[in-house]
Design a binder for this molecule. Sequence first.
Ligand SMILES: CC(C)(COP(=O)(O)OP(=O)(O)OC[C@H]1O[C@@H](n2cnc3c(N)ncnc32)[C@H](O)[C@@H]1OP(=O)(O)O)[C@@H](O)C(=O)NCCC(=O)NCCS
Length: 117
Amino acid sequence: MIVGIGIDMVKVNKMQDAIERGGKDFIDKIFNPEELERISPSKIYYQRLSARFAAKEAVIKALSKEIELTLKDICILNESNGAPFCKLNKDIDINILISITHIEDYAIACAVAEKVT
Ligand SMILES: CC(C)(COP(=O)(O)OP(=O)(O)OC[C@H]1O[C@@H](n2cnc3c(N)ncnc32)[C@H](O)[C@@H]1OP(=O)(O)O)[C@@H](O)C(=O)NCCC(=O)NCCS
């Protein structure tokens, strides 16, 4: 049964500014090491980080009626075919489906929370 949906959009240049100002401390407040180790520096580095931030916010929205989460409770990773998935650092019987898109200016993500029966 679907118990929540969430969507979020991030402006890539705002995320880039925040990261350039806040440096590693800022990044470490938001992202888990296993997320970061899969994002190598590239011309879409900030797009990909923005998309992961958007995905975390979308997951928080999707689960807002069920559980309170921090950004770091949520891990956004990729399958070997590139499809994103969400791993929660909390033990709950809810499956999260996510989808991500990003272009030069914006990153968008949506999430669906499904109770496992
Ligand atoms: C998978 C596919 C749909 C991604 O579309 P895209 O426009 O390149 O991707 P976007 O820029 O909108 O979004 C990128 C995100 O898609 C997600 N993604 C990648 N592969 C995916 C897949 N197999 N399933 C679901 N999501 C996927 C990833 O989260 C990725 O972001 P990330 O790498 O930072 O995690 C596309 O590559 C594809 O296979 N399209 C089929 C049609 C086709 O072959 N077109 C080309 C010839 S016309």
